[in-house]
Design a protein around this ligand. Structure first.
Ligand code: ADP
Ligand code: 5GP
Length: 202
């Protein structure tokens, strides 16, 4: 008897280390599939089409919205980001869990649609780390870093809407915490009721 798939939504300010931590969770847990988002942002060096994102034009993105192909979408620092609906449905039907790396507006849309979604907010223990990490990553201009940090302040104000807050000072520790959250959620008694019905009527 297999367990049902879960929706795991990971958000947090840019530079918190979400991508780094998520890739470690994905390596370790093959029952979880990463939801590849569509974005109008230009690819960074090393980013792969269909693996990190579906990179698209503003026009194509608008068409996806009009054709109702996105589960949620939001504007973030002058670009659009959205979750293609079809792969999420397909993976849930297979009993797999789906993990999303999305910003807070999208996370709230998912929580509204699917109240059972598990929301995880990732931050470093000190806010100042965000700027340091964005500079170390070296993918954004000074102006974009400034905009991302400004947005981060709004994102922090939404953190208490999340079910869990994971501190990423060490990516392995943070990945282990997310893996533990997924495991604990799967073990909730409401999820395991089907194992009891053979013995008693519930
Ligand atoms: P996000 O996806 O949240 O924007 P990234 O995963 O791209 O963040 O990480 C931003 C930068 O910080 C990258 O250069 C990454 O290697 C680095 N990083 C990630 N986690 C940590 C950590 N715990 N300590 C120091 N640097 C980190
Ligand atoms: P980045 O440009 O750093 O890859 O991502 C910027 C922000 O967009 C991050 O907070 C990331 O979580 C978010 N993001 C990525 N994909 C999606 C998506 O499909 N929907 C929403 N709402 N946000 C997304």
């Amino acid at each position: 008897m297999s367990d049902c798939g879960k929706l795991i939504v990971v958000s947090g300010p840019s530079g918190a280390g979400k991508s780094t931590v998520i890739s470690r969770v994905m390596e370790a847990d093959k029952s979880v599939v990463f939801s590849v988002s569509a974005t109008t942002r230009k690819p960074r060096e090393g980013e792969r089409e269909g693996v990190d994102y579906y990179f698209t034009s503003f026009e194509c993105f608008r068409e996806m919205i009009e054709n109702d192909e996105l589960l949620e979408h939001a504007e973030y620092v002058d670009n659009y980001y959205g979750t293609p609906k079809a792969p999420v449905i397909k993976n849930l039907e297979k009993g797999l869990s789906v993990l999303f790396d999305i910003e807070v507006q999208g996370a709230m849309q998912i929580k509204k649609m699917c109240p059972d979604a598990i929301l995880v907010f990732v931050i470093p223990s000190e806010f100042s780390q965000i700027e340091k990490r964005l500079h170390a990553r070296g993918t954004d201009s000074e102006e974009k870093i400034r905009q991302r940090i400004k947005t981060a302040r709004f994102e922090y104000s939404m953190a208490l809407n999340y079910d869990y807050i994971v501190i990423n000072d060490d990516p392995d520790t943070a990945a282990n915490e997310i893996k533990s959250i997924i495991t604990a959620e799967k073990c909730k008694s409401a999820e395991r009721k089907k194992y009891l019905t053979e013995v008693c009527s519930l």
